[in-house]
Ligand binder design. Structure first.
Ligand code: CTP
Length: 393
C-alpha cells in the first residue's frame, strides 16, 4: 500500500520511543522506505544502531554530520511525509517556536511534505496550558496529529499521554499519503460473525469467516479510501492500512459503526446474529442432576444495516449483503426495500460459501439485478470496489 513511499521518521525523547521501531517494521512491510532522525532525547531511549538495523538505512542524529552527507534540505525534500513519533513535550515546544538548533528542527522548518505528529508525555504535561498553546499553534500551521491515547503510563499514573499504537500511526500515514479514485472518502465495512454470550464460557456464533468483508476493506483501501473495518471474531490478519475495530457482539458492532460515522461508503458484510440470549448468565450454567436442559430465552439484536441506513449521518452509499439459502433474488429485493439500502450483494449460502474462498453473487440495485460468475472473494471485492468508484465518478 505504501510501495515506494518515502517516510522520514523523527524520534524524540520519550519512553514510548520503542513503538517507533514497531512502526518502522509496519511501514517497511508495506513497501515504504524509512529514514530516521534521532534527536538527543530520543537517543536516551532507543539506539542509533537499532533504528539503523530496523530501517535498513543510515540514521541521522547530528546536524553537522548530516550536512556533510546529504544536508537537511535534501533530507526534508526527499520525504513524502515527515512523522514525529514520539513527539515529546519539549519537541512540540521547539516546533511551535520554529527552533532550528538541531537536525530535526531544521528538517521540520524546511520540509514541504505533510507532517504527522504523535505526541507522548505525562498526562499533566499534556494538559498544561503551555502544551495546549503549542498544539494550537502547530495545528494552525497545518500539522496533523494522532493521539495521544488515554491509558496507563510508564509511571504509576493514567490519563491522556500514551503514544498511539503503531497500527494506528500506520493508518494515519496511509491516510495522509492516500492516492487513488477513492482518496478522501471514508468507508465503513463490517465483517465476520458476531459472538453472543450465553454464559462466561459459551456463545452463539455462525460460520462466517470474514474473508469477504476483509477482502472488501483491503480493496477499498487499495483505491485510496480511508477504511474502518468493524470485525467480529475472525482468524484473519488485519488488511494492511485499514483501521480495524474488534468487537464480539451485535450490540458492540452497532456501537462501533455509529462511532465511526461520518462515512461516505458503508458496506455491511458481517453475518450478524439476529438473536442474542436475553439475559447472559453471570456464572457458568451447571447441569443439575435429574433436571431438563435449560431453555434459552432469546432477544432480538439491533439491525445494524437498517440503523445506519436511516441514520441522521447516513453514508451516501449503503451496501448490504443478503445471505440466502432459497429464493435468493426475491429475498434480496425485499431486503433492499426493508433495510433502506442502495445495493444488496446477494449470495446463496447453502453450499460452501460461508468460510470458503469463492463466492457467486448477484448485485441487486434499484435498476435491477446482475449475476456475477463464481469467483474468488478477492475478485468479488475488487469488482464491487470498481462499481463504487463508478458510483462516485
Ligand atoms: N445485518 C445487520 N444487522 C443484523 C442482521 C443483519 O446489519 N442484526 C445486515 C447484514 O450484515 C447484511 C444484511 O443485514 O448486510 C442482511 O443480513 P441477512 O442475515 O441476510 O438478513 P437478515 O436481516 O438476518 O434477514 P433474514 O433473517 O430474513 O434472512
Amino acid at each position: 500500500m505504501l510501495h515506494g513511499r518515502k517516510i522520514l521518521l523523527i524520534v524524540s525523547g520519550s519512553v514510548a520511543a520503542f513503538k517507533a521501531l514497531m512502526l518502522v517494521r509496519l511501514l517497511r512491510a508495506e513497501g515504504a522506505t524509512v529514514r530516521a532522525v534521532l534527536t538527543a532525547g530520543g537517543a536516551r531511549f532507543v539506539t542509533k544502531e537499532s533504528l539503523a538495523a530496523i530501517t535498513g538505512e543510515a540514521v541521522q542524529d547530528d546536524l553537522w554530520a548530516a550536512e556533510a552527507e546529504i544536508g537537511h534540505i535534501r533530507l526534508a525534500r526527499w520525504a513524502d511525509v515527515v512523522v514525529v513519533a514520539p513527539a515529546s513535550a519539549n519537541r512540540l515546544a521547539q516546533m511551535a517556536q520554529g527552533l532550528a538548533e538541531d537536525l530535526a528542527g531544521c528538517i521540520l522548518l524546511a520540509t514541504r511534505a505533510p507532517v504527522l505528529v504523535a505526541p507522548a508525555m505525562n498526562p499533566a504535561m499534556w494538559a498544561h496550558p503551555a502544551t495546549r498553546a503549542n498544539i494550537a499553534t502547530l495545528a494552525a500551521h497545518g500539522l496533523h496529529f494522532i493521539g495521544p491515547e488515554d491509558g496507563p503510563m510508564a509511571e504509576p499514573e493514567s490519563g491522556p499521554g500514551r503514544l498511539s499504537e503503531p497500527a494506528a500511526m500506520l493508518f494515519a500515514i496511509r491516510t495522509l499519503l492516500a492516492s487513488g479514485p477513492l482518496s478522501g472518502k471514508h468507508a465503513l465495512v463490517t465483517s465476520g460473525p458476531t459472538h453472543e454470550p450465553i454464559d462466561p464460557v459459551r456463545y452463539i456464533a455462525n460460520r462466517s469467516s470474514g474473508k469477504q468483508g476483509h477482502a472488501i476493506a483491503a480493496a477499498l483501501a487499495a483505491l485510496g479510501a480511508r477504511v474502518t473495518l468493524v470485525s467480529g471474531p475472525v482468524a484473519l490478519a488485519d488488511p494492511p492500512g485499514v483501521r480495524v475495530l474488534r468487537v464480539e457482539t451485535a450490540r458492540e458492532m452497532l456501537a462501533a459503526c455509529e462511532a465511526a460515522l461520518p462515512a461516505e461508503i458503508a458496506i455491511f458484510a458481517a453475518a450478524v446474529a439476529d438473536w442474542r440470549v436475553a439475559r447472559e448468565a453471570g456464572q457458568k450454567l451447571k447441569k443439575q442432576p435429574g433436571t431438563e436442559a435449560p431453555m434459552l430465552n432469546m432477544a432480538l439484536n439491533p439491525d445494524i444495516l437498517a440503523t445506519i441506513s436511516t441514520h441522521a449521518q447516513r453514508p451516501k452509499l449503503v451496501v448490504g449483503f443478503a445471505a440466502e439459502t432459497e429464493h435468493v433474488l426475491e429475498h434480496a429485493r425485499q431486503k433492499l426495500a426493508r433495510k433502506a439500502c442502495d445495493w444488496i450483494v446477494a449470495n446463496d449460502v447453502s453450499g460452501d460459501v460461508m468460510g470458503g474462498a469463492e463466492n457467486a453473487v448477484h448485485l441487486v440495485t434499484a435498476e435491477g439485478a446482475e449475476d456475477w460468475p463464481r469467483m474468488p472473494k478477492e475478485e468479488v471485492a475488487a469488482r464491487l470496489s470498481a462499481r463504487i468508484v463508478e458510483f462516485f465518478a
